[in-house]
Design a protein. Structure first.
Ligand code: PHE
Ligand code: ZN
Length: 878
């Protein structure tokens, strides 16, 4: 136990701030090691706060230079000051101005929170609690102020000086220095503040909003990378248009800026008018980016832009409400991508992601509600549960009340709460009001952790011509929550007749559905006038984030895989059959038997490679078997990752044997012909091509390996090259080594491409992977201070390599824990994220579980654990 454990923060203990800050003027004198920040804060007592309260401002690692109230300097004994707080016991009980000067050292800031340096530029990251590393402040999201920022710095080193809002003044400041003044008229919480300064290249464009406002768009990148910013720029314009069309939301400043930086803890940040991005999610060119990169950039640009309304104009009252902005904004970016690309493909890949990460989190020791009720370290709650399950909850809400009511509720929310810091209750009240429904039970989605399980039993009565569906829901116990109540589960379904068509749904003599709300522990629905035994298509389009256990036979699922009108469920049906088969195969492998063959699965899969299937991206989803993680989750306990890998490998080889000629034909048919274009249809063709290649190379088949090598060598775009390398990397071969060496030779100097090379090697299911990863960590291209390098190499090894991270000898656990220990002091946020690799450790078979636990206990015993790491280690072990 650490002596200085901070008290956990509890939702139930929320109190309004005793003081408010209406306006902030910051004067920032840039210097690499001693930046001087003078903050003039216009404060007043909060009518909703306590009378005669002391004023305590938050700080983190700050050096106070001076402080004054209304111009009168404060003496040391008027103050109680430390690096982490500044208290004035008896401040004026009327509006007053507090001036505080602090000194910060951006060069020493390795945590990448507050003001820091990235490749010679200055940048800031303030969410969640980084502003307090710049100046003493009421650093909480319910304190909204208007900001005016003056930045001054060396003109040669920082020709570009940026902050939020609109540029109001620039000029010379003498001695080679210059300044810029920015004013943001929209009151905002401190976490949305940003400042960027440096010598950056820029791409400019313009957008005319639906109201006729001309907005200047700028994307800042390192010099020489301007041509890689074009796709990001196009994505900004597409996002702005979409938010107008889909939600009626218009942009509200004269300028919108995106800056790409290479040192960044997360993906990107929605600072008002000045989004700061991890450069990985901005830079793209056909020579350097894959289809996946193009798609990610489009989605993340959209996500951050959409925050302008869901997050910035309406923000969160406190950090427990994080899903108010994140879940909603993820939902919005998912819809954007669905509209820009293929809707079913987007849904399938989101559900794959949700299950592999969020379901895993929900089933392990780090499970928490979409709206947590307590936290020790808020940085650790930027989780798949808050983001992705949070988005599913919004999606269910829409499914439950319908699209029109959903839009009306959103309009009401924007209207009523613009400019406010809100709670989930206020958000939900808008939908209750427009729909007239009672949301009290629905709100349990925000407070109960764990993935609900729905058991479905069905019965057809030919004589009565009824089809009866019995659904039973339950939510497993999770840390701190032992008993659970039923939630509102929207079940979208169809009854598919033998002709492949949906039958009319009649319940109680009247047309019903297609969405049924399961609100009780058990629900029975009796469908009438059912002339023939149907195949039930359940949870169409994944209408609820639940685990479904049904008695539907493989035969019916295979029928649905061919005929269901719902594309999501055609995919799901085949996945379910494959998953059942893999679970049985794992048992066979573990008892030394040969897994059974599954000819009907081959038939289902073969549909993906049929030339008649015109949506290649969709076909590629059909072709992809459940992942090793999917199988592990399905098993739930006593997991042996090697057995899962063997079973899946066996199935892939069986598919190759059965589908060989068809795979080859598809592979050749899909060969690249014209120039590269990252559009969704072309990307889909490449994805399907590599799915065929992956099966052709199953088991290390020579012919498949040779083809992968040929694809690598002849590749005319980065997608083909990287995907070919990925296939090669799965099997030990001379071709593999040749291609890996070639890639390093040609692209090793570009950090983002080096990351791809790291990812491929770190995810290889080969016994020498850990040695390679250790060697790569010591290579010149690796930089432990750069979060992208760390995530690509160590993050991938921990979270993306089930067999090698979970080596039976425990070396994988010890290695990742060692890196966490190394990063604990310099970048606790990144260190804590790496520990996510341990989120399912309790479900492992006993030997591995013991070794994983030992690695975690070793960390727990380390002196001077950061709050971030300590929090995860403790919860993981609790
Ligand atoms: N708010 C960012 C987003 O759009 C994520 C983020 C959180 C970035 C904290 C940096 C720090 O999701
Ligand atoms: Zn976000």
């Amino acid at each position: 136990m650490r002596a200085e454990d901070p008290r956990p923060v509890r939702l139930a203990e929320y109190r309004p701030s005793d003081f408010l800050i209406d306006a902030v003027e910051l004067d920032v004198m840039l210097d690499p090691t001693a930046t001087r920040v003078t903050a003039r804060l216009r404060l007043r007592p909060n009518p909703a706060g306590r009378d005669n309260a002391a004023l305590t401002l938050d700080g983190d690692d700050l050096n106070l230079v001076s402080a004054a109230i209304d111009g009168d300097p404060l003496r040391v004994d008027d103050l109680d000051v430390s690096p982490s707080s500044l208290t004035i016991a008896n401040p004026p009980r009327r509006p007053f101005e507090l001036t505080v000067t602090t000194l910060v050292d951006p060069s020493a800031n390795t945590k990448l929170m507050g003001l820091y340096r990235s490749n010679g530029a200055y940048c800031t990251q303030c969410e969640a609690e980084g502003f307090r590393r710049i100046t003493y402040f009421l650093d909480r999201p319910d304190v909204l102020a208007v900001y005016t920022i003056r930045i001054e710095g060396s003109e040669a080193e920082n020709p570009v000086l940026l902050s939020n809002g609109n540029l109001v003044e620039t000029g010379a400041a003498g001695e080679g220095r210059h300044f810029a003044v920015w004013h943001d008229p929209h009151p905002k919480p401190s976490y949305l503040f940003a400042l960027v300064a440096g010598d950056l290249g820029v791409v400019e464009d313009q957008f005319v909003t639906m109201g006729g406002r001309k907005v200047t768009l700028k994307v800042f990148v390192e010099h020489g990378k301007e041509d890689r910013a074009v796709h990001a720029m196009e994505s900004i314009k597409a996002s702005m248009r979409w938010d107008e069309e889909a939600f009626g939301r218009e942009y509200d400043l004269d300028v919108f800026m995106v800056v790409a930086v290479s040192y960044f803890n997360m993906g990107a940040m929605e600072n008002k008018g000045l989004n700061v991005f991890n450069d990985k999610y901005v830079l793209a060119s056909p020579e350097t980016a894959t289809d996946g990169d193009y798609a990610n950039i489009e989605a993340i640009i959209a996500h951050e832009y959409f925050h302008n309304w869901t997050g910035n104009r309406i923000t969160c009252r406190d950090w427990f409400q994080l899903c108010l902005k994140e879940g909603l904004t993820v939902f919005r970016d998912q819809e954007f991508t669905a509209d820009m690309r293929s809707r079913p493909v987007k849904r399938i890949s989101d559900v794959r992601g949700l299950r592999s990460v969020q379901f895993a989190e929900d089933a392990g020791p780090l499970a928490h509600p979409v709206r947590p009720e307590v936290y020790a370290e808020i940085n650790n709650f930027y989780t798949p549960t808050v983001y992705e399950k949070g988005a599913e909850v919004i999606r269910m809400l829409k499914t439950w009340i319908g699209g029109d009511a959903f839009r009306a509720g959103m309009d009401l929310y924007f209207d009523r709460h613009d400019g406010q810091a809100c709670t989930i209750e206020q958000f939900i009240a808008c939908f209750a009001e427009v729909s007239g429904r009672d949301f009290s039970q629905f709100l349990r989605w925000y407070s109960q952790a764990g993935t609900p399980e729905v058991r479905i039993a069905t019965a057809y009565d030919a004589e009565a011509r009824t089809f009866t569906l019995d659904a039973a829901q339950s939510t497993p116990a999770t840390p701190g929550q032992h008993t659970k109540l039923p939630v509102v589960i929207p079940l979208a379904l169809g009854l598919v007749g033998p002709d492949g068509r949906d039958m009319p749904l009649v319940v109680g003599g009247a047309p019903a559905g297609p969405v049924f709300a399961l609100t009780d522990e058990t629900t029975r629905i009796v469908f009438e006038n059912v002339e023939q035994r149907p195949a039930p298509s359940l949870f169409r389009n994944f209408s609820a984030p639940v685990k479904v256990v049904s008695d539907i036979a493989d035969d019916d699922l295979l029928f649905l895989a061919a005929h269901d009108s719902d594309p999501f469920n055609r995919w799901q049906a085949a996945q379910t059959v494959a998953l059942r088969h893999l679970v049985a195969s794992v048992a066979a492998v573990r008892s030394g038997r040969e897994p059974a063959d599954e000819p009907r699965l081959a038939e289902a899969l073969s549909r993906a490679f049929d030339p008649a299937e015109s949506d290649c991206a969709y076909a590629a989803q059909i072709a992809a078997l459940p992942s090793e993680g999917d199988v592990a989750r399905e098993l739930g306990e006593d997991v042996d990752p090697d057995a899962i890998h063997a079973a899946r490998g066996f199935l892939k080889s069986a598919m190759r044997r059965r589908l060989g000629p068809q795979l080859l034909a598809a592979y050749e048919r899909l060969a690249e012909t014209g120039p590269y274009s990252p559009d969704a249809a072309s990307a889909g063709r490449r994805a399907l091509k590599v799915a065929a290649l992956d099966l052709l190379a199953a088991g290390g088949e020579r012919d498949g390996i040779a083809r992968a090598h040929a694809l690598y060598s002849g590749a005319r775009n980065m997608t083909d090259r990287v995907m070919a390398l990925q296939v090669l990397s799965l099997h030990a071969s001379p071709e593999r080594e040749d291609a890996l060496a070639d890639f390093a030779r040609v692209y090793g100097q570009d950090p983002l491409l080096l990351d791809k090379w790291f990812v491929i090697q770190a995810s290889a299911p080969l016994p020498d992977t850990i040695d390679r990863v250790e060697t790569l960590m010591a290579s010149p291209g690796f930089d432990i201070r750069n979060p992208n390098r760390v995530r690509s190499l160590i993050g991938t090894f921990g979270a993306g390599n089930p067999t090698q991270f979970n080596r039976p000898d425990g070396r994988g656990y010890a290695f990742v824990a060692g890196v966490v220990a190394e990063l604990n002091a310099s970048n606790p946020q990144v260190a804590a994220r790496l520990l996510g690799a341990f989120r399912t450790w309790r479900s492992l078979e006993p030997q591995r579980r013991g070794k994983a636990e030992a690695a975690l206990r070793g960390l727990a015993d380390m002196p001077r654990l950061s709050a971030d790491v300590a929090d995860i280690v403790r919860r993981a072990l609790a």
